[in-house]
Ligand binder design. Structure first.
Ligand code: NAG
Ligand code: NAG
Ligand code: NAG
Length: 473
């Protein structure tokens, strides 16, 4: 905390210090200033919250109990609308997009498939009074009060806050939040995947781009005290650290939740998305900063493509399942609805679970360690470099099965792995059959059976529960 206290620093240094922070750091704060410039953040928090058994007796939480507050800007919405519309379900999802100024005529009439918008209150008087280090931050925090005033409180259990380039996976969000008692005080979020961002801001902060959820009593407390909070923390330089600080003052701390992804990374994040932990995918952020997540598609088309799987069945999305074909000496890693990797070698799960470092760190000249998780470096070894397939289509079959298909991106351009003697070069498509059973309380991975006729184009995988003592061997 002390490192952000710049109230005693002379003004000229303050400016430099703030610029430095802006360059390398977070969130809400700078996308608002530079709507087109990349912001930061995602991560896999290493501590998974062990959810206490539900003791509350209310009706189950459903989509109508979640209220979304998206803080964006008029300037950015012109090119970010496609992200918002990818996940927003008109007349089903509740909430608002807050804009800094009224929309210009070229985005009017307002699209019915976008979240409804509100223009943020004029806070000039408050800003003059508290003289914040970053004058645009009060708008971001004040949105919590504005949405609290605006919303009909009937069935309001959770407030989910995000940026205008946050993609939420709402069904999974409902499944995860439903496990918590919404009548108690909860602050649910995720640190960044960038170690240095967490070090500099906080390891206990829900990064704003990944999105975070506040239970109703906490929203109420926050809304009733937001102006005092802004006064107390007017020296802090990002919205999410102010939020964390005020929430801590109510005696509430972060419940870290894997599955919320700030994506403080650059380049090709396919390696990360291909090794997602066994937890529901709740959000993705910064998709206009990183490369498009599917080959030969732009960023917006890529997210709409992923949504084809998400809209039919979300629970398993991106979760990694590892299979072995002993007859061929292959290891197969499936990131459901996203990718399949075939290795011509038997490799242990503990290794395949490490993301391949296809991406780069967030900051331009960082010092290692970069990430909050261990990685594997991409390899040119024919036994360790995977054949890569990407999600193509999804189909609901009879008898509660879902079929997803994956196509080969390109030839691997490597000779077969000599020790294995079974090349996967012929495979062009992979068919994965999985059940519609929700994967929420996941204490163990699934296993699968793989059928492949030597030299065939198609390979088929069927997910099933692992046998009690089944191991890779
Ligand atoms: C959500 O639950 C409430 C009861 O709390 C119920 O009245 C409502 O119909 C449910 N809505 C949906 C969309 O399932
Ligand atoms: C949402 O509801 C409004 C009012 O009932 C209706 O006019 C509008 O067409 C609906 N929008 C969509 C996209 O279904
Ligand atoms: C699988 O690989 C091992 C070690 O690399 C090799 O000894 C074995 O013969 C291979 N099995 C088959 C079926 O090719």
């Amino acid at each position: 905390m002390r490192s952000f206290d710049i109230s005693h620093v002379p003004n000229v240094y303050k400016t430099i210090l703030i610029s430095g922070l802006v360059l390398s750091s977070t969130i809400i704060f700078y996308y608002v200033i530079h709507p087109k410039s990349p912001t930061n953040s995602f991560v896999v928090s290493r501590i998974e919250k062990t959810l206490s058994q539900s003791t509350f007796t209310d009706t189950p939480t459903n989509i109508s109990h979640l209220v979304f507050g998206i803080v964006g800007s008029e300037g950015a919405w012109h090119h970010r609308k496609g992200y918002g519309e990818a996940w927003w379900q008109p007349n089903v999802t509740r909430g608002y997009l807050y804009l800094d100024i009224p929309p210009t005529v070229d985005i009017l009439p307002w699209s019915l498939t976008s979240p409804p918008y509100r223009v943020s209150e004029d806070l000039t008087k408050l800003i003059n009074e508290i003289n914040p280090a970053v004058p645009i931050l009060p708008r971001v925090l004040h949105a919590i009060l504005e949405i609290f005033r605006e919303e009909d409180h009937e069935g309001f259990r959770w407030l989910v806050m995000g940026d205008d380039d946050t993609i939420f996976f709402v069904d999974n969000m409902v499944d995860v939040l439903a496990k918590y008692d919404h009548t108690k005080y909860y602050y649910i979020g995720s640190p960044s995947e960038c170690l240095n961002s967490n070090f500099r801001f906080s390891f206990n902060m829900g990064f704003g781009g990944a999105g975070f959820a506040l239970s109703y009593p906490l929203v109420k407390a926050f809304a009733n005290n937001v102006e005092d909070c802004l006064k107390r923390y007017s020296h802090l330089v990002t919205g999410d650290i102010i939020e964390m600080s005020c929430i801590a003052d109510f005696g509430v701390n972060l419940s870290p939740q894997k599955g919320l992804h700030q994506i403080d990374l650059r380049g090709d994040i396919s390696g990360l998305l291909s090794s997602h932990p066994k937890t529901p995918l709740m959000s993705l952020h910064h998709l206009d900063v990183v490369d498009p997540i599917f080959p030969n598609m732009d960023a917006i088309n890529s997210i709409h493509h992923l949504m084809k799987a998400a809209n039919i069945y979300q629970s398993r999305l991106l979760q990694q399942t590892i299979c072995y074909n002993r007859k061929h000496n292959w290891s197969i890693s499936v990131s459901w609805g996203y990718s399949v990797h075939i290795y011509e070698k038997i490799m242990p799960r503990s290794l395949l679970q490490l993301p391949i470092e296809t991406f780069q760190p967030w900051a331009a000249n960082p010092n290692p360690p970069f990430y909050m998780f261990n990685t594997r470096l991409p390899s040119n070894d024919q036994c360790e470099s995977p054949h890569v397939f990407f999600f193509d289509s999804i189909e609901k079959m009879s008898d509660n099965l879902i079929l997803t298909t994956y196509y080969r991106r390109s030839s691997r351009e490597l000779p077969p792995c000599v020790s294995s003697s079974h090349s996967a070069d012929y495979v062009t498509h992979i068919y994965v059959y999985s059940s519609v059973t929700k994967r929420i309380e996941i204490n163990r991975c699934e296993c699968c059976d793989h059928t492949y006729a030597e030299g065939a184009k198609n390979a088929v995988l069927k997910f099933r529960e692992c046998m009690p003592d089944e191991i890779m061997a």
